[in-house]
Design a binder for this molecule. Structure first.
Ligand SMILES: [Zn+2]
Length: 115
C-alpha cells in the first residue's frame, strides 16, 4: 500500500503555524509574568442551571492573563484587589471574546509574587 502523505503545501504551512503558535505561547508567558495587571476586567458569577453556576472571572486588559474566582463572591490570588489595580465590570461573553487563542491553555508560569 502506498504511503499517504499530507499535501506538501498544507504540511509546510502547518509547520509554520505550529512554530508561530509555540512562539506566541512563549511571548504570552513572558509578558504575563512581567505584567503588573493594572487594569483588569471582571465578569460576575452566572447561574446556568438550577444548581450550577459559573464563578466570576478576571482578565488583565493588557496581557489577557485570566483568573477564575475560587468563590461566587469573587476570590482571586493573582488578580486580587489592589490599590494600583483598576477593576472594570464587563459582560461574560465580552470577556470570553477577549481571550487570545493559546493564552487560555495551562501554560506553566513562574507566577508574579509582587504586584
Ligand atoms: Zn497583565
Amino acid at each position: 500500500m502506498k504511503e499517504l502523505k499530507l499535501n506538501k503545501e498544507i504540511e509546510t504551512k502547518l509547520k509554520a503555524y505550529q512554530r508561530s503558535y509555540e512562539s506566541l505561547k512563549r511571548s504570552i508567558v513572558r509578558v504575563q509574568v512581567n505584567c503588573k495587571h493594572s487594569v483588569v476586567y471582571e465578569c460576575d458569577w452566572l447561574q446556568q442551571f438550577h444548581l450550577h453556576s459559573l464563578t466570576p472571572r478576571r482578565m488583565c486588559a493588557r496581557c489577557r492573563r485570566e483568573e477564575k474566582s475560587t468563590s461566587v463572591t469573587g476570590t482571586y490570588e493573582l488578580l486580587k484587589n489592589h490599590p494600583n489595580r483598576v477593576i472594570q465590570e464587563i459582560d461574560r461573553d465580552a470577556l470570553y471574546a477577549l481571550r487570545i487563542p493559546g493564552a487560555e491553555v495551562d501554560i506553566p508560569r513562574k507566577e508574579e509574587a509582587d504586584e
